[in-house]
Design a protein around this ligand. Sequence first.
Ligand SMILES: Nc1ncnc2c1ncn2[C@@H]1O[C@H](COP(=O)(O)OP(=O)(O)O)[C@@H](O)[C@H]1O
Ligand SMILES: [Mg+2]
Length: 435
Amino acid sequence: MSRSQTPLAASAGSNTDARRPIRQLPELVAAQIAAGEVIERPAAVLKELLENALDAGAGRISVEIEAAGRERIAVHDDGRGIRAAELPLAFSRHATSKLATVDDLGRLDSYGFRGEALPAIAAAAGRVRVTPRPAAEDAASLFGLAAGGAAAPRPAARGGGTSVEVFDLFAGQPARRAFLAGARAERAALLRVSSDALLAQPDRSLRVRMETRTPLAHDAGAGPGRETALREAAAAVFSPDAAERGIWIDARSERSELALDGIAGAPQDARRSRERIRLFVNGRPVHDRRLSYAVQEAYRDWLGAGEFPLVVARLRLPPDAVDVNIHPAKTEVKLRDPGAAFSLLQRTLREALASRRSAIPLRMPSGPRSGNGAVAAESAVDNRTAPDRERSPEPPAGFEQPGAQPRTALPGRSWRTQALVHDPLVRAMLVDQDQ
Ligand SMILES: Nc1ncnc2c1ncn2[C@@H]1O[C@H](COP(=O)(O)OP(=O)(O)O)[C@@H](O)[C@H]1O
Ligand SMILES: [Mg+2]
């Protein structure tokens, strides 16, 4: 390209000869450009609103969705609220209550910190209405924003907490609206965001209504403890049976200050997509190919090609050991020591699965728990249910070696080996080994 030509100049025709002056973009245009990074679909709005509710310490959150999020997304919480005087500021760019200094970035304990979500949502929506009531104030205020500007807050009635309602998403942006996936895919994405929030924080109650249905409802507080809370959340997200069949995992690696808990699902609860692999780092849902691969590797002997397990894995590490500030939507994180996370995850899952395999009296009649000293020293799979398993001659429901017996006549071989016995070469090798 020649120096005098800008990329668009060639086709622009009319006023390209005169050099245009440099100007500051109008606030709304700048906000819409920035919003494009954060708010690319209805599920992104919901993610930001849920995170704000969680950051506000909400114990109960209720979500309402109309027309797959295009017409209305509403999130009601019982958190600490926003003071009326601060409402306009909450909607200006880079305004946050969660970060004061650069150093704070290194010790974040909130989902938000960029102060970008509310202004981005306001720029992307036809209209936004916020009704907060902080505990200290005896009246709520209603604050409405539309493309034309904001109305002054006025009094409203409600209990403590905040409601944010987003209407007519991408109303003024037909191009973006046209790019949205169909309603079905948008609903799936909205549900994914909600269920991730729930699995990350199962000690909060969450109810999601989409049009007339309620695809997700969880009441927290039935019992204390991480395991009970997560199992109940998993029952709401996946199914009660799958939640019950899953093995609770709870492990720690002292050396690298890593902790891991979650659920290793039974092989029969696998699916043909990765949709049931849910990974979290310090409470944030993450998409990490490496960690996802660790999960798949751990299930290698249990699942066929193209099958992916149900796994909820929540990694915890010191805030300064992870950088979440590498992507505006914060779904990618950078770990200081990704190898440690990978191996803790893989080993813990493997050991959890092996502990169930030992209940199968096929090769190990005495049913010793597998696992070598090194693993046990560093990661301790919660094994409270082990005595039951040892007593039972049957593998627990869902942990039968998948498809093994019907598929082949090589008892004692792993399912994976069995799946290969139709291959003459593998069969010959097995016979050699046996002799
Ligand atoms: N549901 C809510 N309850 C209480 N305060 C909220 C809520 N939503 C937003 N806020 C306030 O508005 C500010 C701006 O929110 P946001 O634009 O999402 O930025 P961030 O979450 O990164 O701080 C927050 O820092 C918080 O003080
Ligand atoms: Mg936020």
